[in-house]
Design a protein. Structure first.
Length: 201
């Protein structure tokens, strides 16, 4: 299956307060075959859109007003609408410090992309969301995609860096970020899968 047909029926919502960046993302999605793409200039507008138009994937900027991408994700993960609660969120940011990546994961972001983005990197994260959906975890202080693969990265970092803890301002590469957000099937916390839409097998 080619990319043009692969994304033809996937609905995307781009939430970014930079109109130029929204245009770039929309053009990349169009080149990848996406046909149903909507835009929001901020998080508040994005929330209004998904109340009446259920996107399949949200592409979300970190730095926005009146509230940022972290606050938007927190609202989504605690929404009363169960469909919106499970909606995949791909955060896009020009910053990739460890503390940002960790914060995004901890509030329930599904994937994280570092600007500048390319068609290849965007498609790889979209494909990961579609083909390898992470189970959702409901635990004290957290509701969102399973985040527990971090132990593997932490162990590697602790062997390679001093002191024993990763520096919060250490800039992470995209491959490291991908690993950080990847699924790890361990632990005993309950898992929840997104509800199936009508007509799905």
């Amino acid at each position: 299956m080619g990319q043009s047909s692969y994304l033809a029926n996937v609905k995307f919502l781009i939430a970014d307060d930079n109109a130029f960046m929204r245009t770039i993302i929309r053009r990349i999605l169009g080149a990848l075959g996406a046909q149903d793409v909507r835009e929001a200039g901020d998080g508040a507008e994005a929330l209004k859109i998904i109340q009446t138009w259920p996107a399949d994937i949200i592409l979300l900027d970190w730095e926005m007003t009146p509230f940022d991408g972290i606050e938007f994700t927190t609202m989504m993960r605690h929404a009363h609408d169960m469909t919106n609660t499970f909606m995949p969120i791909i955060m896009i940011s020009a910053h990739s410090e460890y503390w940002r990546i960790s914060k995004a994961r901890d509030v329930g972001v599904t994937e994280f992309l570092v600007k500048p983005i390319s068609a290849h990197t965007l498609f790889s994260r979209i494909r990961n969301v579609i083909e390898r959906p992470r189970p959702f975890v409901n635990a004290p202080g957290f509701f969102g995609p399973d985040r527990r693969r971090r132990e593997q990265l932490h162990n590697q970092e602790r062997r390679e860096h001093e002191p024993d803890q990763i520096a919060p301002d250490r800039v992470m590469e995209q491959d490291e970020i991908n690993d950080f957000f990847s699924q790890h099937d361990s632990g005993n916390m309950p898992h929840y899968s997104p509800p199936q839409q009508d007509g799905e097998a």
